[in-house]
Design a protein around this ligand. Structure first.
Ligand SMILES: CC(C)(COP(=O)(O)OP(=O)(O)OC[C@H]1O[C@@H](n2cnc3c(N)ncnc32)[C@H](O)[C@@H]1OP(=O)(O)O)[C@@H](O)C(=O)NCCC(=O)NCCS
Length: 179
């Protein structure tokens, strides 16, 4: 059987043309934190936590970049914690800047994170998402994630529930992840 990864909803997406992914490093910390604080506001991570994540060998972080005549602009990022041998992966974060949303960038980042999970032999990938975030929940559902629980009032001070979602990497035949 081919070990190629085909993720649900996988298809070429012309909308994200001109935007590419590369591995994130601690050099990207300032720009990532600019996006993090503007997008997540009260829920934003600290700079120290993000620095730790970017440097953690158990994590895989990428940035989405646009090349503006030689100058690279970071327009999104995402990361997964997937220690080799653990069998598990956790989507840690994902964000794109408002001006590029709806162009397929979030989906491309998620594909990359799930490919990293696959390469690290994760059997299950988990994530938590605010219950009041239908766009992200729609993206995750379209990739095959299922809701498995709720943590009531997890996001404070907004008192919003966290929806816990899981993607069973084994439930989908590696070569048969449908389009
Ligand atoms: C969630 C997020 C990363 C998606 O990024 P994006 O670049 O817009 O993603 P895409 O363009 O690839 O869209 C992915 C899917 O999201 C959903 N979506 C995107 N924009 C949408 C909109 N305006 N209305 C409804 N659904 C939408 C769709 O299911 C879409 O799939 P499709 O258009 O390929 O069918 C982005 O909205 C974001 O950064 N939000 C703020 C941070 C956040 O909520 N992060 C997730 C925390 S768990």
């Amino acid at each position: 059987m081919s070990d190629e990864l085909h993720i649900a909803g996988d298809r070429p997406d012309a909308r994200s043309a001109g935007i590419s992914l590369r591995l994130a490093t601690t050099e990207d910390l300032d720009r990532i934190m600019q996006i993090e604080t503007s997008v997540f506001e009260a829920d934003a991570w600290s700079t120290e936590l993000m620095r730790h994540e970017l440097a953690d060998k158990n994590c895989h972080y990428v940035v989405a970049v646009i090349d503006m005549t030689g100058e690279e602009i970071i327009v999104g990022y995402g990361g997964i914690l997937a220690p080799r041998g653990s069998g598990d992966g956790d989507i840690q974060t994902i964000a794109t800047i408002p001006t590029v949303r709806g162009r397929g960038v979030g989906r491309v980042i998620m594909h990359d994170l799930l490919t990293a999970a696959h390469d690290r032999k994760a059997e299950r990938v988990f994530l938590e998402v605010r219950a009041d975030n239908p766009i992200a929940i729609g993206l995750y559902r379209s990739l095959g994630f299922a809701e498995i629980g709720v943590r009531e009032g997890y996001y404070q001070p907004d008192n919003v529930d966290a929806v816990i979602m899981r993607l069973d990497m084994n439930a989908v035949e590696p070569a048969g992840w449908s389009c």
